[in-house]
Design a protein around this ligand. Structure first.
Ligand code: M6P
Ligand code: ZN
Length: 187
């Protein structure tokens, strides 16, 4: 008879947050998001220090490792620039075959997806919503509520973030508040 050791896994995912020394944190403030929003005049009137979102990531393996997974929680604050809601930068994956899961934890919003031909689709996000992001789809999250939007993510370690295409051409639709309601508007 052999007695196997029982391992304590990292205790990082607590109360829907990622906490601990092994967790990487990054913050995006308005000053980091220059050019993202449509209304440049309103953007100029804001403080570059205002926090838009923070990303907590557990990245256990090297980003070139195949078959490994990263895990993250993103906290996207409520707010607007003019009529446009606060949102993540959004990205394609550098490795075009890489997929990803997002899931809603807290708050409400929209996941905006765009394929390489710039066709748009969008899914509502809410606590419990599950989103399978297919290969080749750019993905961005928009907080359409008046409270924090928190969502989880799981993606291949070697996916990579390609922000260039979005920085140059943006998404082909924006989420704007029109008559008090969020609307997805093609440009
Ligand atoms: C999720 C994951 C991360 C991503 C983050 C913020 O947590 O998809 O890989 O970095 O959202 O999104 P973005 O990088 O587009 O700002
Ligand atoms: Zn991704």
């Amino acid at each position: 008879m052999k007695t196997h050791e029982i391992i304590n896994p990292p205790n990082l995912f607590m109360q829907n947050l990622l906490v601990g020394d092994e967790v990487q944190k990054s913050r995006r403030r308005l000053g980091d998001l220059m050019g993202l929003f449509q209304d440049h005049q309103s953007f100029e009137l804001t403080s570059p220090d205002e926090l838009v979102y923070e990303v907590y990531s557990y990245i256990p393996a090297d980003e070139k490792s195949q078959g490994e997974l990263n895990f993250g929680v993103t906290r996207l604050y409520p707010g607007k620039i003019g009529k446009e809601y606060f949102m993540t930068k959004g990205h394609f994956h550098t490795c075009e075959k890489s997929t990803e899961y997002y899931w809603g934890i807290e708050g409400e919003g929209l996941l905006v997806l765009m394929d390489q031909e710039r066709n748009i689709r969008s899914e509502k996000m809410f606590p419990g919503s599950l989103h399978y992001i297919k290969a080749g789809m750019a993905h961005r999250v928009v907080n359409t509520g008046s409270t924090l939007l928190s969502f989880g993510a799981c993606w291949p370690s070697d996916a990579g973030h390609n922000y260039d295409e979005i920085a140059c051409n943006g998404f082909s639709a924006r989420v704007l508040e029109i008559n008090g309601l969020p609307q997805l508007i093609s440009l």
